[in-house]
Design a protein around this ligand. Sequence first.
Ligand code: ADP
Ligand code: MG
Length: 592
Amino acid sequence: MSCIRRLPHALVNQIAAGEVIARPAAVVKELVENALDAGATCIDVTLEEGGKSAIIVQDNGVGMNHEDLTLCVERHTTSKLKDLTRIPTFGFRGEALAALGSVCRMTLTSCLQNASQASRLSVEGGKSSPLEPAPRRQGTCVEVQDLFFATPARLKFLKSTATERAHCEGVFKRLALAHPAIAFRLFEGTRTVLSYKPGEQVARITEVLGNVPQEDLLPIDATEGAWHLSGVLGRPTITQATTEKQFFFANGRAIQDPNCQGALRFAFQELIARHRYPVAVLFLTLPLEEVDVNVHPAKTEVRFQNPRRLRSFLIWALAQTLQQTPMEKGAEGPRLVPLQKVLGVSQTRTTSARERPPRTSSPCLAETQSAFQLPSTPVEPVLSSPSWEAEKLALFEEGAPCPLGHAKGQIRKRYILAETEDALVIVDQHAAHERIIYERTKEEFAQGGVAQQALLLPVTLSFDEDVLELFAEQQTEFFRLGLSYVISNTSSLIVEALPTFLRGADPRSLMQDLAEELQAWGKGFVLSEKFHEVFATLSCHTSIRSGRTLSLNEMESLLRTLEKTVHAGQCNHGRPTYLRIPFAACDKFFAR
Ligand code: ADP
Ligand code: MG
């Protein structure tokens, strides 16, 4: 008994539509890509109800003749594909228009460059009506109405107008970022929502990112053989709560790729707080045959031939960009903002976000500060009182360049004021110290062992057996990190020494916190891979607080050490470590 039969064409198209055009944003993508493939220089997108009731894409590309116009809504008819291993156009599968036509009411109007008249074709639920003449307007206009009216099951999956609109905007921005030379406009009904003029890539990036100050964007330009990465990376001080400002492209195609996301996360892991996301617009260019775009009908997922190489190339390129600290580049730290602007006194027309005072967007700010400001009362006496560890800080070398200037004094036991030849520098001593200790500990850890200090009286702590097992497993690694303990029996552990930078910390609460982390990670993790997390846990117990009076010498050596430290511009939670105010800006402000 056989029930197998061939599906009718209309049904096949509707099924395909499920993959190619899951929602209005996907329609926007397909239609704009067609316009790009047609060589348009100006593309207008109009949405109604977030694209749910209408999507209109108008271009000034090459247009279609009568025959093309009738053919283009048939499945697998395309003018573009020649070689499936090297795909230079956006479209190639020849199914978007056919699929679309089967699930909505669609009208295509197109005019060849020198034709005297345009033609119009209407399709409804997969059925085309005969061509009609239409008024001439160069290029093509595709109107999609009542998406999914023919497939009510899919209609139900559409989200609110606001959500669909946001998705459409996201797609629109990605397309605009990849094609800075093309003018893009987005309308909602008759209202202009976004309008991007043709121009250079940097200008387009700044336009699309919106309220991100240009000076917080680090340009990327890295090449390795035929691979190239360009774009911008936001400084670690301007992280976001979502990944909305992360854009990845491979050969000009917007992609969603776990390798790229992973590399970005990795490059930033020691620079920003957890649950914060860096700003990044990354354009990867590589030989066409090294990336397969024919993996998913929507083509946002791609397959890289060599994902390992991709990851290492990205991490290398990103780390290089990030290591150019503002000091090395001679650039400014966060900008000086005239007081009137902060107070809103002279605000005119647009308070472009670019003019707003710099925000520290790290949510950890309060959290970290309070963690460090709490006086940590050592339970056991330690060998020496908490100190600034000045002995380990760099010595001041006469005549050496000092980008952070010379210390003039301290304010609120929190900030160091320093003077360079041309600027006033304010250093957050706590954030600076945190970065210094982090980098130093990491290096010492990698090179064999972090300096430790024995507790005068070892501390005995009780833990469950499974926790003790985890501590036992990591004993040598923790020792390398300066934390020394022995397991005394099945229920207790004796802490004998702490890393020097934790002098004065309470071993009980420290071990308790570590025990929680260990339980979360379970057996067999590699400490060096969790270094950032472990350090974050340890550093919450450091006795070094912002409220400490420093001598001029101590301040001076802190500044010199910071200058020699990588990623000196921010602490490991992403807070800036210093602010540089050029005297020229002061003079301008005081009208001198
Ligand atoms: P694909 O883009 O994969 O070729 P589509 O279904 O998106 O498939 O489009 C089918 C064909 O219709 C294209 O190959 C192209 O020849 C033509 N076409 C679609 N949109 C336009 C447009 N805006 N301008 C000119 N030609 C177009
Ligand atoms: Mg297409």
